[in-house]
Design a protein around this ligand. Structure first.
Ligand code: IPM
Ligand code: MG
Length: 356
């Protein structure tokens, strides 16, 4: 029997509740598919600040590096918002990504037919949308030097080395090869030098992928096109900041940010997390939607553990359960036959996983 070691980072707000449900589902699927998962919990974010005085303690990095994958909930909350930037919960997450070297962030958007009315966009605009944002995650303006706030003047630097662009471009082209064979690279090369290098480099890498159709779009236009006609996109390849923005925008196509998973890969150990935040306003009420985290666990099985069948089981179970009308509160107005709590939703999906 195969054994895996997973680092669990529950974090703040709804983080602990949604991770618990993902673990429930992972336990159900591992029993079915005959592998075993051992979990170790580590602190990051606000809770780590409270307990250990820093947002990313060393043993969290060490524990993550010693695991097969990291499953992460969410971090942050008002309580820590006034701390200096490098002491904030978000800095912990950024440092974790950097320490593990996960340069490729994959954020899929799927529209479930059962939830077609949950989006603020018209059903005929979004029906059948299936796109993947490939976001560069450990470079660009998030990490560029110099950076400073000098009181009357503040600056950040958007910088990319050519090889950072090359490696993320390969990820996008390879992903497109398994999908609809289209990559749209998003930049601002009409204004920014760094974007010109981005565009030229992506074009160069594209020569190795003659079977993939490459297009380029400026970020402002892409933000507009994503709402106007999201079906035109297959893989969107973009930099750290633009990808942060576009992936939040893309999440609304599916109606709820509570449904969308993500994978951060390409480094020593993959990190899997829902794309939503810690939602402190609804924490500990049992109403958070655990599906994004459960689907992140499926991505973990697929990409880090190579347990593809187990991943497919989870994805099929989620689809089934939504089809049957089970909804958490966020989606209760959209075709709900039964409104369930966070933990009921986890149990229903776990149960379904064994039956598929
Ligand atoms: C995300 C988040 C993070 C980011 C924050 C919490 C640092 O918005 O994962 O998209 O900006 O990358
Ligand atoms: Mg974001």
């Amino acid at each position: 029997m195969k054994h895996y070691k997973i680092a669990l980072i529950k974090g703040d707000g709804i983080g602990p509740e949604i991770i618990d449900e993902a673990v429930k589902v992972l336990d159900a699927v591992s029993a079915k598919e005959d592998f075993e998962i051992a979990y170790n919990e580590y602190l990051m974010g606000g809770i780590a600040i409270d307990v250990k005085g820093e947002p990313l303690p060393d043993d969290t990095i060490k524990g993550s590096l010693g695991s097969d994958a990291v499953l992460f909930g969410a971090i942050g909350g008002e309580k820590w918002d006034t701390l200096p930037r490098e002491k904030r919960p978000e800095s912990g997450l950024l440092k974790l990504r950097k320490s593990l070297g996960v340069f490729a962030n994959l954020r899929p958007t799927t529209v479930y037919d059962e939830l077609i009315n949950a989006s603020t966009l018209k059903p005929d605009v979004i029906k059948g949308v299936d796109l993947l944002v490939v976001r560069e995650l450990i470079g660009g303006i998030y990490f560029g030097q110099p950076r400073a706030n000098e009181g009357n003047r503040a600056y950040n630097t958007m910088v990319y080395e050519k090889d950072e662009i090359v490696r993320i471009a390969h990820i996008a082209f390879l992903a497109a090869r398994k999908r609809s064979k289209k990559v749209c690279s998003v930049d601002k090369s009409n204004v920014l030098e760094v974007s010109q290098l981005w565009r030229d480099t992506v074009q160069e890498v594209a020569k190795e992928y003659k079977d993939i159709e490459l297009s380029h779009m400026y970020i402002d236009n892409a933000a507009m096109q994503l709402i106007r006609n999201p079906k035109q996109f297959d893989v969107i390849l973009t930099s750290n900041l633009f990808g942060d923005i576009l992936s939040d925008e893309a999440s609304m196509i599916g109606g709820s940010i509570g449904l969308l998973p993500s994978a951060s890969v390409g480094g020593k150990v993959g990190v899997y997390e829902p794309i939503h935040g810690s939602a402190p306003d609804i924490a500990r009420q049992g109403i958070a939607n655990p599906i994004a985290t459960i689907l992140s666990a499926a991505m973990m099985l697929r990409f880090s553990l190579n347990e593809v069948r187990a991943a497919e089981r989870i994805e099929a179970a989620v689809k089934d359960v939504l089809k049957d009308g089970y909804r958490t509160k966020d989606l209760s107005q959209f075709g709900a036959k039964e409104v369930c709590s966070t933990s009921e939703m986890g149990s229903i999906i776990a149960d379904r996983v064994s039956k598929i």
